[in-house]
Design a protein. Structure first.
Lengths: 653, 98
């Protein structure tokens, strides 16, 4: 005889405000098989959990329903409670009367009625629940880090220094990311390369780090503890093991194109090192710019000049496959293109540039050697207008959020400009100043008061060309006047957006991203380092716009998360996956084509030898698609069988 | 407005090879391989004819279109009628590529 227990949580007033928990308890106690019904202020608290555990033992409960919040929040908490009391955790279920009931209803009578219906459904479902045992899966003690900016470098170093192997995959020819492009960092004005390049060298020389630059992750299969990774190594046309980095190939190369590292303000050849401190320090041939094609070798100038014999025009893309236990995603950000904002010229004016372009000008190793110049005529600008929130906090241009770093770097830009051109005038348009970090507000205040920079509170409505100058129309909301400024150079603090390709990667990895395209964290408050797929962790601006300090903290945190996973030889995996009743399977193979994770394969039956569906428990994510699609009802999703679902529905309607 | 093409600040720090195309017009049989394959299209047909009765390539360079000394014409000419001498002093006039 089944002995059911029902526990109803008040969740403080979260539930009790709308749902009459006492009436609910009385009604629930009358339901069939229910031997015990109780309500309590906070079931998730220690006394609440102890009460449930004690009651399970005392009243010999064999199935328990906890009517409280969403199982996403406390499913694990109560499963552990059941386990402590000696009850199989899959015989404890939750009825969500908070998110799906009390929070969305105002009327008490209606809310109570709905809560009762949810409880009835939950009990119906519980009656057909079966005890399940989690199974163990080995953990591969290697980590994949995607992205070789400061986040990826930091995470890779932390993991490698703990003695575990790391694969660090970078899309571009060199490590460094955007931090390598910066001149000086706020608020201390540390030289960015001086603090970054030693880390780049350290990570490339670490014996535990396998650096795969100029490469992309094209496939990830598997589950936490065992991810099968496929990486595509793009051909450099220069043998990494032979290239000495001497640069003899460069002078004779006839092709000059804009250097992406200099944000298109500087030049490079078709055979190039993006910047002198690049790691690995080997040259790359940009096949899109090179005169040679896959079919025709026209120019051999670099080949003839390479004494090391490193150049190979016949190099082909390679695929590398390996297994890792955890993944750290650190794919970073980029700036929204100026072309998206028509009012500011839509990137049609040479002297309207974005923050990263200005950063390259300020960099001592940049295309202007650290001198601020107008891209159009090379003259030193006397009036510079900085526009904050260009695209950010602007739902009309699709970016509702604050990009977080622009207030600080614009203050830094204005300061460095004033130091370089003391008689020049800098104007900053801002909506609000958001300088919430350590030392940030002090920095902005110093810039505002000591540097004679004019801060104007308002937005810029239009930028247009008048002769050699640019005219900036804006509002000064503090004085209530319209402002017109004749500028030599305009620097737009463009919105920070996820790096291109991150959406494709999200699909490859089966992880979620938010409306803006940043990777979603598992919980905004309590699990900010984890994606919603177990074993995949997030670091840096791939999760949301953030400065270097926050990025490094998060990268170290993500590395710690990966390490605590790697510290286990085995991990327990949820048994709520699909199972096949071989006798019912007709071998049609529909499930194989349905499964989005490649977890179903046709295998000969152990009993009859006929081909039947077989589920790989490591790959199965328990989505239930195969069970829903199966024509002969041979597949069951454990923990959500059809019997359970129909019983739940029957009780509710 | 289409995105602007900015001049590159440090262009003058770069050297590109500059070739001098030498054409031995009497050897040419007008097969047009060199014209076809020249990546910078600096060759054009002559207006007169060589003693064999063929038109032959002549150099037609501009500020942006100049011989980059890849020497591919040398390579493809079946009649050894064209060759390139290289100097390495030229500054790039503009950006180029495929």
């Amino acid at each position: 005889m089944t002995r059911l227990g029902v526990f109803i949580c008040h969740c403080g007033k979260n539930i009790a405000r709308t749902v009459d928990t006492e009436a609910l308890r009385e009604k629930a106690a009358t339901l069939p098989h229910v031997v015990l019904a109780k309500d309590y202020l906070y079931l998730c608290s220690k006394p609440g959990q102890t009460m449930i555990a004690d009651d399970i033992r005392e009243h010999h409960l064999d199935r328990v329903l906890v009517a409280a919040c969403s199982p996403r929040l406390h499913g694990k908490t109560f499963a552990q409670t059941a386990q402590r009391a000696g009850l199989n955790p899959y015989l404890l279920d939750m009825a969500n009367i908070r998110e799906q009931c009390s929070w969305v209803h105002i009327d008490g009578a209606e809310g109570t009625e709905k809560a009762f219906s949810i409880i009835k459904g939950g009990l119906g479902r519980l009656l057909y629940a079966e005890p399940l045992e989690p199974f163990q899966s080995p953990v591969t003690k290697r980590v994949l880090v995607i992205g070789g900016g400061i986040a990826g470098i930091q995470a890779a170093l932390d993991i490698a220094n703990s003695g575990y192997e790391v694969y660090l995959v970078e899309k571009l020819p060199s490590l460094g990311g955007h931090m390598a492009q910066l001149g000086e960092t706020f608020p201390t004005l540390d030289c960015s390369s001086c603090i970054l390049t030693p880390k780049m060298v350290e990570v490339s020389q670490n014996e535990h780090v396998h650096l795969l630059s100029y490469s992309e992750v094209t496939g990830i299969e598997g589950n936490i503890g065992q991810f099968q990774v496929t990486v595509r190594l793009r051909p450099r046309y220069v043998d990494e093991t032979l290239c000495t980095g001497c640069g003899d190939c460069v002078p004779t190369c006839p092709v000059v194109v804009p250097n992406e590292f200099d944000q298109g303000l500087g030049a490079r050849k078709a055979v190039y090192l993006p910047f002198p401190q690049a790691v690995p320090a080997v040259y790359t041939i940009d096949w899109d710019a090179c005169l040679n094609t896959d079919k025709l070798i026209i120019c051999e100038n670099c080949y003839k000049n390479c004494e090391a014999g490193a150049i190979n025009f016949l190099m082909e893309p390679q695929e590398k496959m390996f297994e890792v236990g955890a993944v750290v995603l650190a794919t970073g950000y980029e700036l929204m293109p100026v072309a998206h904002i028509g009012e500011y010229g839509g990137d049609g004016y040479e002297d309207v540039i974005d923050g990263l372009q200005f950063e390259r000008m300020l960099s001592a190793s940049g295309p202007t050697g650290g001198v601020v110049r107008r891209p159009s005529d090379g003259r030193i600008p006397q009036n510079v207008v900085f526009v904050q929130c260009s695209g950010s906090r602007d739902p009309e241009h699709g970016i509702p959020y604050c990009s977080k770093v622009c207030c600080m770097y614009t203050a830094k830009h204005a300061l460095l400009y004033k130091h370089a051109v003391p008689d020049g005038q800098a104007y900053v348009f801002y909506i609000d100043i958001r300088a919430a970090g350590k030392g940030h507000e002090e920095f902005v205040q110093k810039v505002m008061s000591e540097e004679r920079i004019l801060y104007l509170r308002g937005k810029v409505s239009k930028i247009f060309k008048s002769g050699a100058k640019l005219v900036v129309w804006g509002a000064d909301t503090l004085s209530g006047r319209q402002v017109e400024i004749e500028a030599d150079l305009v620097v737009l603090a463009m919105a920070v957006i996820p790096s291109s390709g991150s959406q494709k990667l999200a699909r490859t990895l089966h992880i979620a991203s938010d409306l803006s395209g940043f990777f979603s964290e598992a919980h905004p408050k309590l699990r900010p380092l984890e994606s919603n797929t177990d074993g995949i962790f997030l670091a840096g601006a791939a999760q949301f716009a953030k400065d270097i300090t926050d990025t490094v903290s998060q990268a170290t945190g993500a590395a710690g998360k990966a390490l605590s996973l790697l510290a286990n030889d085995f991990i327990k995996l949820e048994p709520t996956i699909s199972g096949v009743e071989e006798g019912l399977c007709r071998g049609c193979g529909l499930c194989v084509s349905i499964c989005p994770f490649g977890a179903v394969k046709m295998l000969p039956s152990t009993r009859t030898g006929a081909m039947v569906a077989g589920i790989n428990p490591i790959l199965c994510k328990g989505c239930g698609l195969c069970a829903a699609g199966c024509l002969s009802g041979a597949i069951t999703l454990k923990g959500s069988s059809f019997k359970q679902i129909f019983a739940q529905l029957e009780e509710m309607v | 407005m289409p995105p602007v093409k900015r001049k590159l600040f440090n262009l003058d720090q770069y050297q590109v090879p500059r070739g001098k195309v030498q054409i031995i017009s009497e050897r040419c049989k007008g097969c047009s391989l060199c014209l076809e394959y020249c990546p910078n299209k600096v060759l054009a047909w002559s207006t007169d004819y060589n003693f064999k009765g063929y038109r032959y390539p002549v150099l037609e360079e501009t500020e942006e279109k100049y011989c980059i000394s890849c020497r591919f014409c040398e390579e493809v000419c079946p009649d050894f009628a064209i060759y390139v001498t290289t100097e390495l002093t030229a500054k790039p006039q503009s950006t180029q590529g495929k």
